[in-house]
Design a protein around this ligand. Structure first.
Ligand code: GLP
Length: 242
């Protein structure tokens, strides 16, 4: 596990965008695993700038998002579908049919949707570069802490800390969806390369636990220590407890 410490959020975003651009420039039809949340917003903004000055071309790129709330319509402004359109897809030349975000409401459909999602990732040859943020409780995607972690894409009940943390995007905590579909730990760990971004003091305790040399399902991100090609791009505040 490589840890690159940068000065601030801006530097983290630029560094991450450079890694994505290098990946896509080396392999035009790269399969990217994408994350949402406030952390990667700066990286997406930089990728849009790079696209405008022809430093990156998304024409053949394929994407798979990590997760999505189940009870929200993809048209809801806080859905991850809208997030991706707003921050990236609407501004670049990616083909809509090459973008994938899990979506489903009805429980029976969901298990089928999850199976198909994993199959699609597999049939595209797996994820070349996975971008991750990290929840304050150590979740990645929506793989929440618990006794067990799941390997495959699945339906998840969100942890209280996650609902609370994400309530800043909604007008009240009651509005935050309680469930989501997320890629499992296996899909993430099978990515050929991973970059995990973290910025700010609020992430310092969880970054400390995630790189401690110990692995626990209570800190899902700690499993990433077993990945062969992972880079943490973190600002000084996020590593203030290391
Ligand atoms: C969300 C997402 C994660 C994200 C995390 C951190 O709930 N499901 O993919 O990494 O929480 O979000 P933020 O970057 O806003 O701190």
């Amino acid at each position: 596990m490589e840890i690159k410490v940068v000065e601030n959020y801006q530097q983290m975003s630029l560094k991450a965008a450079d890694i994505v651009a290098d990946q896509v420039n080396q392999k035009k039809d790269s399969v990217l695993g994408l994350a949402t949340g406030s952390t990667p917003e700066g990286m997406y903004a930089r990728l849009v700038e790079m696209y405008r000055v022809k430093m990156i071309d998304f024409a053949s790129v394929v994407t798979f998002n990590l997760d999505e709330y189940t009870a929200l319509s993809p048209k809801h402004p806080q859905s991850y579908h809208c997030y991706m359109n707003r921050h990236l897809f609407d501004h670049i030349n990616i083909k809509p049919e090459n973008t994938h975000i899990p979506h489903g409401n009805n429980e029976q459909d969901i298990s089928e949707i999850c199976r198909e999602y994993d199959y699609k990732i597999f049939s595209m040859g797996g994820i070349d570069l996975q971008i991750l943020g990290i929840g304050v409780n150590g979740h990645i995607g929506f793989n929440e802490p618990g006794q067990y972690l799941q390997t495959r894409t699945h339906l998840v009940e969100l942890a209280e800390e996650t609902i609370e943390a994400n309530s800043r995007f909604f007008s009240s905590p009651e509005e935050v969806p309680r469930r989501a579909i997320t890629m499992g730990m296996g899909s993430i760990m099978h990515a050929k390369k991973i970059i995990l971004l973290a910025s700010g003091e609020s992430k310092a305790p969880v970054i400390q636990k995630s790189v401690s040399g110990r692995i626990s399902t209570d800190i899902p991100a700690s499993l990433l220590q077993l990945h062969r090609d992972i880079v943490l791009i973190v600002d000084k505040q996020a590593v203030s407890l290391l």
